[in-house]
Ligand binder design. Structure first.
Ligand code: UD1
Ligand code: UDP
Length: 388
């Protein structure tokens, strides 16, 4: 193939943008590629924050977000709008990321258009279809229609194989084919997670956090929570745990950049607004958020991305979920699952605040998710896939 390889990179939410941005920048640098950036804008403000930071101007902006949108209309809008763009631009390959509705619906749309699909952050699984909802099924579906799987870890490769995704090169190797281990036939690749590329790019920046108004005499607990399965009672429990923690520990303050989903905001502002030493703030730009993670004494979160980033920064993380598709940091000891039971959250935070040995055992910087070179690897693999 002498002409440039046309790569449509499609994303729509904050975490996809953060994790696809380093790949967009990498593809733009190489003359063999013609990248076409398409944003569904499943998120609007939280997506734009990231585009600005990485200086990315999308070629197509579908501007699909609606207030309190639902999964049905979002899915059908993405299918219909990407259809038009795929017909117009005729990409050689479409890249999607992770487990959002943008990722799943775009992968399905590309499949209908008979275009090759590459899935970045392939192979994450809880093997529980309701948890996280709807992300577990979104990623299973995206994986099942993809041609290339960019798996972040050894565990995610195993999950793909256990899900019945075939790595043709392994078949060929056992069958003694002439194409043994040819990159052309290899579908599953371990690349690391591009989130570490984004984190290392961002953490270098000197960020002034004074606009948040943190009290220098207090320890910071950083909180984020937005998962659909935590809406309602689980999120109420999390808020009750925070009330208990700030009441009993006068030397800490909690900072919560509140996600823009109204299902989150209604509960959080009702329970935690105007509480002493609880700061509810708007979603932070990625650079100050990274600086705040680094500064935090403890992080409480149900976010996927934060679970991957915080271990690199050596900050203990308590995950407000019962299951995770990211077991690697649990194994390293710097992340613990605490679920959404109020007493369990309170007792684990209190233990971290009072037991130095326990705190130090969790405060270790490890990098199970990548080394900052994932985007380069993905670009190399795509090049070899089309050129060999
Ligand atoms: C979505 C993803 C979830 C991901 C999360 C990251 C799906 C089904 N869910 O969940 O996997 O973890 O993003 O944050 O793909 N809103 C705004 N402005 C924004 C963003 C959201 O106002 O910039 C509000 C809108 O009212 C929107 C609502 O939040 O309708 C929900 O957004 P949506 O993308 O459907 O769900 P999330 O909970 O953000
Ligand atoms: N993040 C951010 N600002 C915030 C909160 C989070 O930039 O106020 C970043 C965070 O560092 C991570 C990503 O957003 O890279 C995670 O997004 P989110 O938690 O919304 O989604 P998930 O990863 O759970 O899908």
């Amino acid at each position: 193939m002498d002409k440039k390889i046309k790569i449509a990179i499609v994303f729509g939410t904050r975490p996809e943008a953060i994790k696809m941005a380093p790949l967009v920048l990498e593809l733009q640098k190489r003359e063999e590629f013609k990248p076409i950036t398409i944003v569904t804008a499943q998120h609007r403000q939280m997506l734009d924050q990231v585009l600005e930071l990485f200086n990315i101007t999308p070629d197509y902006d579908l501007n699909l977000m609606k207030p309190n949108q639902n999964l049905w209309s979002l899915t059908s809008d993405i299918l219909m709008e990407t259809k038009k763009i795929f017909e117009e631009t005729k990409p050689d390959i479409v890249l999607v990321h992770g487990d959002t509705t943008t990722a799943f619906a775009t992968a399905l749309s590309a499949f209908y258009a008979r275009v090759k699909i590459g899935h970045v952050e392939a192979g994450l699984r809880t093997f529980n279809k309701d948890y996280p909802f709807p992300e577990e099924i979104n990623r299973v579906l995206a994986d099942s229609v993809s041609d290339l799987h960019f798996a972040p870890t050894e565990g995610s490769i195993q999950n793909l194989i256990n899900s019945g995704i075939k790595d043709e090169s392994l078949d060929n190797a056992s069958g003694g084919s002439a194409l043994d281990n040819s990159i052309k036939d290899k579908r599953i690749h371990k690349t690391g997670n591009t989130v570490i590329d984004a984190l290392l790019y961002t953490i270098k920046k000197n960020i002034d956090l004074s606009f948040i108004g943190l009290n220098p005499n207090l320890k910071t607990i950083l909180l984020t929570s937005h998962r659909r399965e935590n809406f309602g009672e689980p999120l109420e429990n999390i808020c009750d745990a925070i009330l208990d923690i700030v009441q009993k520990n006068k030397d800490i303050e909690v900072v919560y950049p509140v996600h823009l989903n109204p299902n989150v905001r209604d509960i959080v502002f009702r329970k935690l607004d105007k509480i002493e030493r609880v700061k509810l703030i708007e979603p932070l730009d990625y650079a100050p958020f990274c600086a705040l993670m680094k500064k935090a004494h403890i992080i409480l979160t149900d976010s996927g991305g934060v679970q991957e980033e915080a271990p690199s920064l050596g900050v203990p993380v308590l995950v407000l979920r019962d299951e995770t598709e990211r077991p690697e940091a649990l194994e390293c000891g710097c992340v613990k699952l605490v679920g959404t039971d109020k007493e369990r959250i309170v007792s684990t935070v209190n233990k971290l605040l009072s037991d130095k040995e326990f705190y130090n055992s969790m405060k270790q910087a490890v990098n199970p998710y990548g080394d900052g070179l994932a985007s380069k690897r993905i670009a190399d693999i795509i090049l070899k896939y089309f050129k060999s």
